[in-house]
Design a protein around this ligand. Sequence first.
Ligand code: 5AD
Ligand code: SF4
Length: 484
Amino acid sequence: MNSVSIPTMEPDRQYYFMNQCKTLVLEKKAALNRPLTYNIQTFGCQMNSHDSEKLKGIMDEIGYEEVDDEAADFVIFNTCTIRENANQKLYGHLGHVKTLKNKNKDMIVCLCGCMMQEPHVIETLKQKYKFVNIIFGTHNIYKLAELIYSYLETGKQTIEVLDETKQTVEQLPRKRKYTFKSGVNIMYGCNNFCTYCIVPYVRGREQSRKKEEILAEVEALAKQGISEVMLLGQNVNSYGNIYDYKDGKIVEVDEKDRVTFPQLLTEVCKIDGIKRVRFMTSHPKDLSDELIEVMAEEPKICKHLHLPVQSGSTNILTRMNRRYTKEQYLALVDRIRAKMPNISLTTDIIVGFPGETEEDFEDTLDIIRKVKYDQAFTFIYSKRTGTPAATMDNQVPEDVIKERFNRLLTLVNEISNAQIKRFADQVKPVLVEEVNHHDASLVTGRTEENVTVHFPGTADMIGTTVDVKLTDCKGFYFMGERIG
Ligand code: 5AD
Ligand code: SF4
């Protein structure tokens, strides 16, 4: 390696390594006289899906061809660790990959994402999964090409897991799943430390991207034909509070330079070509009246809010460190609905948090009945080592949790089935996303409220917005017909 010519600045440095890898891949393809393939398995949230698009962009650039199957020359697992079963799932996949690697000795196995930020996972991988070749975490995914090159050069297990985001590099290739909609990171990390949650430990401290950088990215996307953007962050409502850390210390944002999330939204909506703006996720404690105002006034902002409640019991919410009460959450929902009566509200709920009594659980059922969510994602509490809740007294027995979970599911389904019916017979703009998987005479799209609609159409409609009458409610989705 000629160290003199390696650029030190990003993104030049990664483009340099992409080129180096490209040469090696070309040589290997010529030697084998066949293409080299890759497969990425993505677990977890929207952030990970977004990160995987970046990984795919780099893999394509290097010269690998994407395939659907794990039996590829290069497999990447972009992992999640939010619940224990996410970890178990990965070890299951690795067992399979080991048998594949016995057949294809040159196969490269790469692990990245949230699970890699846990030291005990790295120890297990080093000891029991020596066939894994490249490992990195959440803070350096932009370095994929550099790490591949290092592995190809040395043939040694290459591990680089950082404790914090030292640098973010966004100007790299990206392979988008859709040509008309895209996620855009506006912030990284989380400072909330909900007591059950591992995210602040694996994604690090909160950092907002500069407004100018975000707007430039959205403008570029709009020029490429993207009409819907989803602004991504663990807690978008605290956007703008912290931009950077220097030597472990927060760099204060001067009041006059501070950009709030609603201000950012307003600017994004001004960009020509952007027709719909979504965002995820909102923490109720930080959702301002300014945001409600902007959402209500700005037609481009989709009338859908994902507002995780987690529990309806103030006692449990306190133990979860959520920093709102049941009453405050309900008052917030009232303020939102006063301005946007038809808004779609979705949520996350955890059952069986340590110390949850039958009374606490009844409070959760009560808040669901009161809010009437369009959709609720329900989770059984999972003990994450290292979080404060893991060592709390009164862990709830499994059978009690199961029984509560079933009651919760019944109620949640009943309410979302009833809620979705309010759209029956309405004509709604629908952004067409794909040809229906089961019936090629239909296309599938979404309303701004995130309601899925299937209706007769053709592939050339993908990416366009058409008016559709929602004729027939089928539980969680609608059948419709195009108007005009
Ligand atoms: N156990 C169960 N669910 C959890 N979540 C986060 N941590 C845990 C945990 N330890 C859920 C929360 C969060 C969603 C993304 O995952 O509801 O909003
Ligand atoms: Fe986890 Fe709470 Fe941060 Fe969401 S806000 S990522 S639940 S710590």
